[in-house]
Design a protein around this ligand. Structure first.
Ligand code: C5P
Length: 221
């Protein structure tokens, strides 16, 4: 796909994990590498789209032609995404967002004692769900689902509850799928109920497959 077939479209892509502080020196996060989102941003820019990549902490270089905004926490990501609510034609939410954050961030480093430590967590905003509520006619919203059980049923439910155009579901129990890996194995489910399964493929190739699906939903064949 060497043509600029996505020219004129504005993409917001989120990628990577988020990081939630516990105290001034500690945080919790997850194993997301950001590879899937960065591959999508890279391919979309190559294909002529204007791309804003909103990224949690990763070790990846910014793809050529992509405007990158770095964020740390889910709340930071929420704000950066919502700032592009009007601007974007397409939102691709491939970030592995932390659903919870410590209820309070300790001002000083928590000292160890003899016994156990309990940390209370509170819910973070669901960025994708909020986008689903606010999306305007013609805007495309793509979510990701990563599960260790009940993948397809959960993914189908998310298409509805989050008002998505489609979801990319990856089965974390399969070798070569999900976090860290350069490959993925996914099922795409759209709002019309169409389901397409893709066997093991490089994330860069999958990025093009996802972009092709968006293109066809936008009626740009
Ligand atoms: O419900 P679940 O977290 O599994 O849904 C995954 C999708 O929702 C991903 O696209 C992820 O980026 C997005 N998400 C979000 N904000 C959250 C949690 C998940 O945007 N707080």
């Amino acid at each position: 796909n060497s043509s600029k077939d996505l020219a004129g479209l504005k993409f917001v892509v989120t990628a990577g994990p988020t990081r939630e502080s516990i105290d001034p020196v500690r945080y919790i996060t997850n194993h997301s590498s950001g590879k899937m989102g960065y591959a999508i941003a890279e391919r979309a820019a190559k294909r002529g789209a204007e791309v804003v990549l909103i990224s949690g902490p990763t070790h990846l270089p910014t793809p050529p032609g992509v405007q990158r905004i770095d964020v740390i926490s889910t709340n930071d990501m929420y704000e950066a995404v919502m700032n592009h609510l009007e601007w974007a034609d397409v939102f691709i939410k491939s970030a592995a967002v932390a659903d919870y954050r410590p209820k309070a961030v300790a001002v000083n480093k928590i000292k160890k004692g003899e016994g156990d430590l309990t940390i209370e967590f509170t819910r973070n905003p669901d960025i994708l769900k909020e986008l689903g509520k606010r999306k305007r006619n013609g805007q495309i919203l793509v979510g990701f689902a990563a599960e260790t059980q009940g993948l397809i049923a959960n993914a189908k439910a998310k298409v509805e509850t989050k008002n998505l155009d489609f979801i990319v579901a990856n089965d974390l129990t399969k070798e070569g799928a999900g976090f860290q890996s350069d490959t993925n194995i996914v099922t795409m489910i759209d709002k019309y109920g169409n389901m397409e399964h893709y066997d093991l493929m490089p994330k860069k190739e999958l990025a093009d497959t996802i972009l092709n699906k968006i293109k066809s939903l936008l009626g740009r064949e």
